[in-house]
Write a protein of this length. Sequence first.
Length: 362
Amino acid sequence: MLVFRQLFDPQSSTYTYLLGDSVSGEALLIDPVFEHVRRDTALLRELGLRPVATLDTHVHADHVTGAWLHKAGSGTQIMLSEASTAANADRLLKHGDRVSFGTRHVDVRATPGHTSGCLTYVLDDQSMAFTGDSLLIRGCGRTDFQQGSPGLLYRSVQEQILSLPPACLLYPAHDYRGLTVTSVAEEKRYNPRLGGDVDEGDFAGYMNNLGLPHPKLMDVAVPANLRCGQPDQSMTPAPEPSWAPLACNFGGIWEIQPVALEECLANDHAHHIQVIDVREPVEFSGDLGHIPGARLLPLAELAARSAEIDKARPVVTVCRSGARSAQATVLLQKSGFSQVANLAGGMLRWRAEALRVEQGGR
């Protein structure tokens, strides 16, 4: 079965797409964004997928690709157009190539015109295609820089995208209005630039008179993307917490596993980590017990009493299942705590793993 997710970057209105094969567990990421590598990695982990490659549809001018960071973190291959002339790619793609992930694959179609190196990725059964900026929802990418050409883009879209089956769903690299998907049939009928009776002359006249300013991040994004997102001195990936073995989930919450927390506490002779139990008093002293050394601070009182917690020391929040304590991490971060994690699975998992508890008390 195909696993499909559409992810969004609100800063650049960029869509990242995850395609996974549930049989093999292999997956592709299309147009990953530098700032969201941690999010994408968490989603892949939670879905039980192993990324094998990142595919960029073109050298973007409005955001930096996450391709290099994904490769550094999980060994994915970096793939994009041979015409991009980008450095650090593992495989340079050309028209007619195929990229496999498990039992599935995408076919590569060259669709230049927005840039000289634009590609469209078509799923093996032609049920969906990922068009980059070549074809947007009721629009298309501009053609006035990066070797753009109105005539070339017109022919690319007509011959390589709108020639797909009418029911084929089209997923663009961007949408600035919150629209998420279209189809070949819709764009052939309703796209004001490329649909209906519009010919190449109509299209060129339209595109040559757009008068758009250049993207704000162009001077940063294009050089970085020609390195496939490899950071330089002006680009600093978000640091990973070093005070404990943590993992960030898809919801953006840092978590620590029960055994890892127990090991940290056993080796934490200076009581460096603060364990804050956000359950109610009756739960804290109830059947599940509580972690030795934990402090009771019910969730309803947490915001008002956060000053009782040392901001200079890391905090692990705990509840019955991990739900309330996840919210507690958000409240503490809003109160200025920078080193906060949630106990994954809460006291239920702590007890299931037969870790030490105390009974009674406050």
